[in-house]
Design a protein around this ligand. Structure first.
Ligand SMILES: NC(=O)c1ccc[n+]([C@@H]2O[C@H](COP(=O)([O-])OP(=O)(O)OC[C@H]3O[C@@H](n4cnc5c(N)ncnc54)[C@H](O)[C@@H]3O)[C@@H](O)[C@H]2O)c1
Length: 275
């Protein structure tokens, strides 16, 4: 018996990284999984974004768990694409029970980050994309009357300044924190309105996670190399966590073990926010 037997999960940004980990772990615990991912490069992003091959790998890993998979190349910056993807998932699986609004970009390095397109792409993905996802999944979940659970992906950068030098006040980096802060407002309002429908909405707050978003040469060279001591410090004196460490928290929030938990921003940050 898995915690998510008979459930259908919808994960944005699941071609790789944390989203893939959530998708595979949800499948391992019984859920059929649909993933939407843009699987192409944005001009504003310096590190390599995911590819169709990444999405195919997620499909393989989910199917190895014995569950159904639907992979949809799609851009959460586009409301119509998100709505169409949700419609496709509802038609294929009969409805959605679990949602991970996880897709995100961090265009904070290189000349790319200085372009105003980095601001617009980040707000469009990390904030508007979350809203479009919530807006698209909610009617079906409410109408079905089976309740459900939604986890948004935030960031510790919501709760503290991270710009230790002037170059970090770039459009990409500033949009990242602003968008992730906005996600908390979306969570609180959706959690309030959906509570009586048995739908819970929470946010996971990861610190540094070992994915290509953070573990890339540009982040290491441009942001970490000349950072003041303690810039990414945490009280457990641990480095980057693994995607599965975030999945542990996400699956808890999606599960009945968290049946009375809603409207919460849960840090998985090794005490980063204590410093
Ligand atoms: N890696 C970290 O250190 C860290 C820390 C805190 C929060 N986060 C957040 O975690 C989430 C997952 O990031 P990750 O670490 O797995 O990075 P990642 O780059 O490995 O994965 C992000 C995925 O989102 C997809 N994506 C990006 N823009 C999209 C769009 N417009 N439409 C659809 N898909 C899109 C990418 O193609 C990619 O597959 C993001 O929201 C990120 O901001 C990451």
């Amino acid at each position: 018996m898995g915690r998510f037997d008979g459930k259908v999960a919808f994960v944005t940004g699941g071609a790789r990284g944390q989203g893939r980990s959530h998708a595979v772990r949800l499948a391992a615990e019984g859920a059929d999984v649909a993933v939407v991912d843009v699987v192409r490069q944005f001009d504003s992003v310096q590190y390599a974004m995911s590819t169709p091959e990444d999405l195919a790998e997620t499909e393989k890993l989910v199917r190895e768990q014995g569950r159904e998979f639907l992979g949809i190349p799609g851009d959460v910056r586009d409301e119509e694409q998100v709505a169409a993807a949700v419609g496709q998932v509802e038609q294929r699986f009969g409805g959605i029970d679990l949602v991970c609004a996880n897709a995100g970009i961090l265009p904070s390095t290189g000349p790319h980050a200085q372009r105003m397109s980095a601001w617009h792409d980040t707000i469009a993905t990390n904030l508007s994309g979350v809203f479009y996802t919530l807006r698209a999944v909610t009617p079906g979940m409410v109408e079905r009357g089976r309740g459900g659970a939604i986890v948004l992906t935030g960031s510790t950068s919501t709760f503290r300044g991270v710009a230790y030098k002037l170059e970090m006040l770039n459009p990409g980096h500033m949009a990242y924190g602003a968008a992730k802060s906005g996600v908390l407002s979306l969570m609180r309002n959706y959690a309030m309105a959906l509570g009586t429908h048995g739908i819970r909405v929470n946010t996971v707050i990861p610190a540094g996670v070992d994915t290509p978003m953070t573990n890339n040469e540009f982040f290491t060279k441009d942001l970490q190399a000349d950072a003041p001591p303690g810039w990414m410090a945490n009280v457990m004196e641990h480095g980057l966590v693994q995607p599965g460490d975030i999945s542990d928290a996400v699956l808890f929030l999606l599960s009945d073990q968290a049946k009375f938990v809603t409207g919460v921003a849960l840090p998985v940050d090794m005490g980063t926010l204590l410093i």
